[in-house]
Design a protein around this ligand. Structure first.
Ligand code: NAD
Length: 263
């Protein structure tokens, strides 16, 4: 009997794949046999990733250069890709998080940009890819969000707001999508990526501490006593993308080393 975690014969689209959690996810899906299309803005990084995936034994790998904030360009490039490569069965909605800062200081433009990059881009992609998932009788939509869905994080005003919108969007869709097409959210905790380093540097600047002190403060909040490796987050995404997760739907699951205090 085939392994229900196997992804052979499935086509996956991973957004924000040029680095961090997205890049690790592209590797995890490819390792289970999916044909992965990586999407981001930088072609050189995507070319390098595609080479890595192929040399790691991926059956097929490709990329789409697109800015998730530019809906018309995103949809045009994805339509072209679908015509050449066939339908997508697994969609990972992921993009760089909004800049830090108090919500009271956030401009209307910052809120609109965050909404466009996360909620509107995800909504457009679901609209484009759902007919193919429906026809295949198989669809997996996994959104990379944040633990701030459960406990808003100080000084991440725009991010907290946009993540809550993503969670509401996803839970609503989980009631509307057809059987066989699931949607779930991953809530990463402190994960060792460029994004976290930028946030740590910003806290260090604001408080006069060193980055090392900021990171030590984070570790002290985490029962596992360390930051996550992006590959650990990617493992859960790959599981949720697989047939083994067919009855998990509309959930938000933290990969945070136990940091969230809520039940
Ligand atoms: P990252 O900044 O390292 O990587 C983000 C990826 O998205 C990159 O490939 C980047 O090029 C791409 N991207 C950004 N804007 C884009 C756009 N407009 N169009 C296309 N691609 C775009 O981030 P990460 O640490 O891997 O985090 C992934 C997500 O998880 C982010 O939303 C982040 O806020 C969230 N998150 C991360 C952590 C953490 O500790 N790293 C914790 C909680 C939530």
């Amino acid at each position: 009997m085939s392994d229900p975690r196997d992804l052979a014969g499935r086509n996956a689209l991973v957004c924000g794949a040029s680095r961090g959690i997205g890049r690790a996810t592209a590797h995890a899906l490819a390792a289970r046999g999916a044909a992965v299309t990586a999407l981001a803005r930088r072609e050189d990084a995507l070319e390098e990733l595609t080479r890595e995936l192929m040399s790691a034994g991926s059956p097929a790998a490709g990329y789409v250069v697109a800015d998730l904030e530019d809906e018309a360009g995103l949809l045009a490039r994805m339509r072209h890709h679908l015509a050449d490569e066939g339908e997508i069965h697994i969609l990972v909605n992921n993009a760089g998080g909004p800049a830090p800062g108090p919500l009271l200081d956030a401009t209307r433009e910052e809120l609109e940009t965050g909404f466009r990059r996360h909620v509107l881009a995800s909504h457009s992609l679901v609209g484009l890819l759902l007919p193919g998932m429906r026809e295949a009788g198989y669809g997996r939509i996994v959104n990379v969000v944040s633990t701030s869905v459960r406990e808003p994080i100080p000084n991440l005003g725009v991010s907290n707001t946009i993540r809550a919108a993503m969670a509401g969007w996803a839970k609503t869709l989980s009631n509307e999508l057809p059987p066989g097409v699931t949607i779930n959210n991953i809530l990463p905790g402190f994960t060792a990526t460029d994004r976290l380093r930028t946030l740590g540097d910003s806290i260090a600047d604001r408080t006069g501490k060193s980055y090392e002190d900021v990171e030590a403060g984070w570790r002290a909040m985490i029962p596992e006593g360390r930051l996550a490796d992006p590959a650990e987050t990617a493992e859960l995404i790959a599981f949720l993308a697989s047939p083994a997760a067919s009855y998990i739907r509309g959930q938000s699951i933290a990969v945070d080393g136990g940091r969230l205090r809520s039940i």
